[in-house]
Ligand binder design. Structure first.
Ligand SMILES: [Cu+2]
Length: 303
């Protein structure tokens, strides 16, 4: 393999004191020598710099975390972005430099095709594998604890049902038991209890409350069951750092704990059809007292 040849730019003497035509050809030769390689270097470095700026300045970032796991999730998020950010910047800056350094010039040697360097490829594939598997293992404990560990005793039970294109929330009422539901009874066009397919002849269904807005008491674990009527939806509450698919035919359990009173947006984070963009809802995290009052009022409405 021959080492790269360094070329010096055309000397000014070639152009000085010449006619306009010579001046023009000088410009053409300068462009030929520096132009395309330099333009690509500037372009690649600019894209790298601008996109990195938006991450560092946190221009579009998650809202302030309002759940018990938020600190941990944000830490993992930050670590991932720092490591990936360093890899990204080093790779792109090197790419820009190499594009310019090995640009074609009028006196470039003929192109040589290379099959790469096996040792280097093994090295960076191994490093990438260690990085990805390592970050996944680090994140898996919080992910698994929210899904596989049971909710705390005394957790508030809520069932969220996604359908094209709305969310419904069900509370089991005083008996602490959800009434039976059936896919055959599901009628999304009717909304409310009928939409989630509640079997009103089941005694346990008598005190079930179905609403279009989620209310949660602050600092209490939430035992959430997630269901879908039609296609895959995804309950995403950025402020609570909560995101989980709702899959037809599955009842997915998760638990999380809101830690700050407030109103938080719910979005569907799974493209679920034409009305996906309007599949929006709200979580109201309130004091235990306000939660009890709200639930009692819904129960009273039902009678
Ligand atoms: Cu959806």
């Amino acid at each position: 393999m021959s080492s790269p040849v360094l070329h010096s730019p055309p000397t000014v003497a070639r152009a000085v004191g010449a006619t306009t035509a010579v001046g023009k050809s000088f410009l053409v030769s300068v462009w030929g020598y520096w132009g395309m390689g330099l333009a690509l270097l500037v372009l690649i470095w600019l894209i790298t710099l601008i996109s990195t700026y938006f991450f560092v300045a946190k221009t579009w970032w998650l809202p302030v975390g309002a759940s018990a796991a938020a600190g941990w999730i944000d830490g993992q998020f930050k670590l991932t972005f720092i490591i990936m950010g360093i890899v990204f910047v080093v790779a792109q800056v090197s790419l820009g430099y190499i594009v310019w350094r090995y640009r074609q010039t009028p006196s470039s040697p003929p192109v040589q095709y290379s099959h790469g360097n096996t040792k280097l490829e093994i090295l960076w594939t191994t490093l990438t594998t260690i990085l990805f598997v390592g970050l996944n293992l680090m994140g898996s404990s919080v992910w698994a604890s929210q899904r596989f560990d049971p909710a705390e005793t005394g957790a508030v039970q809520v069932e969220a049902t996604g359908m094209q294109f709305a969310w419904y929330f069900r509370y089991p009422g005083g008996d602490g038991k959800y009434g039976a539901t059936s896919p055959k009874l599901m009628d999304p066009s009717s909304g409310g209890e009928a939409a989630v397919g509640l079997n009103t002849s089941d005694p346990a269904s008598k005190d079930d409350v179905v609403t279009g807005t989620m209310y949660l008491p602050v600092n209490r674990d939430v035992d959430l069951s997630l269901r879908s009527v039609d296609v895959i939806h995804d309950l995403f509450v950025p402020s609570l750092r909560f995101k989980q698919d709702a899959v037809p035919g599955l009842n997915i359990h998760m638990h999380f704990k809101p830690t700050a009173v407030g109103e938080y947006e719910i979005a569907c984070a799974e493209l679920c059809g034409l009305g996906h963009y309007k599949m929006h809802g709200m979580v109201h995290v309130v004091s235990q007292e306000d939660f009890d009052k709200w639930l009692a009022a819904r129960e009273a409405e039902k009678q």
